[in-house]
Design a protein around this ligand. Structure first.
Ligand code: LER
Ligand code: MN
Length: 276
């Protein structure tokens, strides 16, 4: 069975992340999400070492919510830290933050830490940058393995990233990394820009046993159903392939956050077959 979640940012994130559905006070936000059709929340964090995991776990339990992932999506945007940053001092802080995110995921029982824009851009030669990224992610995967967490690497559209735009490129790259604790996050919004089929990329990644996570957003980055993407076809493909992980909404809070989170839950529950 697939589970539904939505991306919200934690209070230490120093700027509003455009694709976070909620920002601000965590207790208030979890109360808002509770009871409207979500199984969990994805936390967009920038510096989780300072967060009170015990307290957060308590409010999650009160609201019957799990944590689907700790996301690094805000860290390049809001904290200007990337794993491949040309300034080695900055890159080393970023790598430490990835380990902190893995620890935080482990403390909260979240299965996955995401790596999308947090990887940064190529510095000089693409192949050399991929080699450096592979080494960083192998080390992080070892840490993740020890903490019972997995890393989900996200192909990004070519406007947002110059390394790993498609599922096939990312699968190739992961063959080189060769670690069981790292797999792929497919985001419907990026798939729509870079791929040639609604469904093939999911099938391909599932048959390699590497589909660790899915982000939901329509082609205009609104709620599924508000744009052109064929979500029912994607959901059928995921079901056929035996995907039993998270589908997590990471999209623009429009026309406003409350409406967007209700729209996502209503349409996704219908399409996921949980209500008739
Ligand atoms: C950004 O477009 C995105 O999809 C995030 O998950 C990247 O980290
Ligand atoms: Mn995404």
């Amino acid at each position: 069975m697939m589970l539904l979640s939505l991306a919200i940012q934690t209070p230490e994130v120093p700027a509003r992340v455009p694709v976070a559905l909620l920002a601000g006070e965590l207790e208030e936000n979890l109360a808002k999400v509770s009871g409207i059709g979500y199984d969990g929340v994805e936390f967009i964090t920038t510096d989780p070492a300072g967060l009170d995991g015990v307290f957060i776990k308590k409010i999650l339990t009160q609201h019957h919510l799990q944590v689907s992932a700790i996301a690094s999506g805000g860290i390049a945007f809001a904290a200007k830290l990337t794993l491949l940053h040309p300034d080695s001092a900055v890159a080393s802080i970023a790598r430490q933050r990835l380990d902190d995110m893995i620890d935080f995921a482990s403390d909260l029982g979240a299965p996955v830490v995401t790596v999308g824009s947090f990887r940064g851009r190529a510095v000089g030669d693409n192949l050399q940058s991929l080699k450096a990224l592979g080494d960083i992610l192998w080390n992080a995967s070892e840490h993740a393995l020890k903490r019972g967490v997995r890393i989900a690497l996200e192909p990004l559209n070519h406007y947002e990233g110059d390394l790993l735009n498609t599922a096939a490129q990312t699968l190739d790259f992961l063959q080189g990394v060769n670690h069981p604790s790292i797999g792929i996050l497919l985001d419907t919004y990026h798939v729509n820009i870079e791929e040639s089929s609604w469904t093939e990329p999911y099938r391909q990644v599932m048959s390699a046993q590497k589909l660790f996570y899915v982000h939901l957003g329509d082609n205009n980055r609104l709620s599924p159903g508000k744009g052109l993407i064929d979500f029912p076809a994607i959901i059928s493909t995921l079901k056929e392939g035996g995907y039993s992980g998270w589908l997590s909404a990471e999209l623009l809070p429009l026309p406003d956050s409350d409406t967007a989170i209700r729209n996502v839950a209503n349409i996704m529950r219908k399409w996921m077959g949980d209500v008739s």
